[in-house]
Design a binder for this molecule. Structure first.
Ligand code: GLU
Length: 487
């Protein structure tokens, strides 16, 4: 049988990291086994619909390279791929389930259901529908439907016994039937609930392996009862462990760590995110950690999926992102950095390859760039105390002397490029008989106002250009003279 997996998100307006991991594993499993990966939108909860939600899903799957073989925007021979477009399809199966005794019509009003819930709560039992409408005769049901009374169709779960199945990750799962509820299959608006739709669609779309979050692990027996009642074969199941922020807490929208978009906005690279989430709950056989998507396809194995929750470690993701940034060709780096550079500098005025050279090797996320390069736009206020560096034998006094030496040298350089600046400064160091740091350390502070910058004094001077470098030096020299009482 051909392997067919699907990703079936509800379009909520953003793609949860856990959801993206589900999509990734479904993609990897299909591709590893020469199968098809299908995208299906589950939008039957009409109250939760969000504009643009479908586009966000299409875009995310494209950006991350999880190319589906069939889906709403590309078609396929098992469509339509949006559940609301399949609405007409479900009623017939719901009715078939009624005929077979696996489901029944229910006319209970909101008020009766609320009362029932209240009673259950009062007597401390888990609220559960009481099969009240199951006893209605066929004639009565018919009469009430014809009279236009609103109804739903509910699943008829056996009262006794248990239902078991095998999950490829979690093994034998057995649920007592008394733990399950007669959930609604078809709503009064004619839309199916997830309970019915996932079964009908997975069957009609010939899904061989259902890969989804662990929250469905214990309700799967319910769906299997429907497969059985309809005489359909049950797919294989691969339920996935949850992705958590820490042992107690889920990833949350409020913390800005729940969605794929959150990370892309912070300047993470899609391929780094994909690589990282592949390892959230799955371990490859060897030590390798950096994988391209093709390599993941080769390496993926259900045996490596863990049963316990995966903890989302942002530090690890940062490390991985830095690896991907480092590996970028310079032009790509500049292109990706551009929106962040534009936040702080006039990009026309700077030597971008030089910026790449001083920032690319140690950058973790692009969003760090504006802060790291803020000194290029404006010299921050700083304390003269900053010049004190015992180990390098630098004091505000020595800084003043050497800066005054460097100033005319820089002023008279034939060309204000990195190599000219470098040679001139090295020559000056020699002439003064000092160590490089005794000149370059104060020079960097004098032209950036900080002691920690990407790149050293020479590169930064070249970036700033002659005019700006000299002006900043002048200001720093004046400041030192003032504060050391030399004027
Ligand atoms: N629409 C469901 C969700 O977003 C899909 C679950 C499944 O994959 O069956 O959770």
């Amino acid at each position: 049988m051909k392997v067919r997996t699907r990703f079936a998100p509800s379009p909520t307006g953003y793609l949860h990291i856990g959801g993206l991991r589900t999509a990734l594993y479904a993609y990897l499993y299909a591709k590893k086994n020469g199968g098809d990966f299908i995208l299906r939108l589950e939008d039957t909860d009409r109250e939760r619909l969000v504009d643009q939600a479908a586009e966000i899903i299409y875009r995310t799957l494209k950006d991350t390279g999880l190319q589906y073989d069939e889906g709403p925007d590309i078609g396929g021979s098992f469509g339509p791929y949006v559940q609301s477009d399949r609405k007409g399809l479900y009623q017939k199966y719901a009715e078939e389930l009624v005929q077979k005794g696996a489901a029944y019509y229910c006319f209970c009003t909101k008020e009766r259901l609320a009362e029932l819930r209240e009673q259950c709560e009062k007597s401390n039992v888990t609220p559960k529908y009481d099969k009240h409408c199951m006893s209605l005769s066929q004639e009565e049901v018919q009469k009430r439907i014809e009279a236009g009374e609103p109804y739903v169709i509910r699943q008829n779960i056996p009262i006794e016994g248990e239902t078991a199945y095998h999950d490829m990750v979690y093994g034998e799962i057995t649920v007592p039937n008394s733990d399950m509820e007669d959930n609604i299959l078809l709503k009064s608006d004619g839309y199916p609930t997830y309970n019915l739709a996932n079964v009908v669609d997975d069957h009609l779309m010939e899904i061989s392996h259902v890969i989804r979050g662990i929250e469905y692990l214990s309700s799967t027996p319910k769906y299997n009862l429907l497969y059985d009642a309809l005489g359909w074969s049950i797919p294989e199941y691969i339920h996935l462990p949850p992705v958590m922020r820490d042992k107690q807490n889920k990833l949350s929208k409020r913390h800005g760590d729940a969605s794929y978009e959150d990370f892309v906005q912070k300047g993470y690279l899609p391929q780094a995110v994909v690589n990282y989430i592949a390892l959230l709950g799955w371990s490859p056989a060897g030590e390798q950690e950096i994988f391209s998507l093709e390599e993941l396809v080769q390496a993926f194995d259900v045996k490596g999926i863990s049963k316990s929750p995966a903890i989302f470690d942002v530090e690890k993701l940062k490390w991985m992102n830095a690896e991907y940034i480092r590996a970028l060709p310079e032009e790509d780096y500049i292109k990706l950095a551009m929106p962040y550079l534009e936040q702080v500098i006039d990009v026309e005025k700077f030597d971008l390859p030089l910026i790449a050279r001083i920032t690319q090797q140690r950058l973790e996320v692009f969003a760090d760039l504006p802060e790291k390069l803020a000194f290029l736009a404006q010299m921050p206020e700083y304390e003269t105390d900053l010049y004190n560096h015992k180990k390098m034998k630098v004091t505000p006094e020595s800084a003043l002397v050497y800066l005054k030496e460097a100033n005319p040298v820089l002023e008279s350089l034939a060309e204000f490029t990195e190599s000219y600046i470098h040679d001139a400064m090295m020559e000056l160091v020699q002439k003064l008989g000092i160590k490089n740091g005794q000149l370059l350390y104060p020079l960097r502070i004098a032209i950036t106002g900080t002691a920690v910058t990407p790149g050293g004094a020479i590169e930064i001077a070249a970036l700033l250009g002659r005019h700006e470098t000299l002006e900043r030096m002048r200001m720093s020299i004046d400041k030192l003279e003032r504060e050391l009482g030399r004027v």
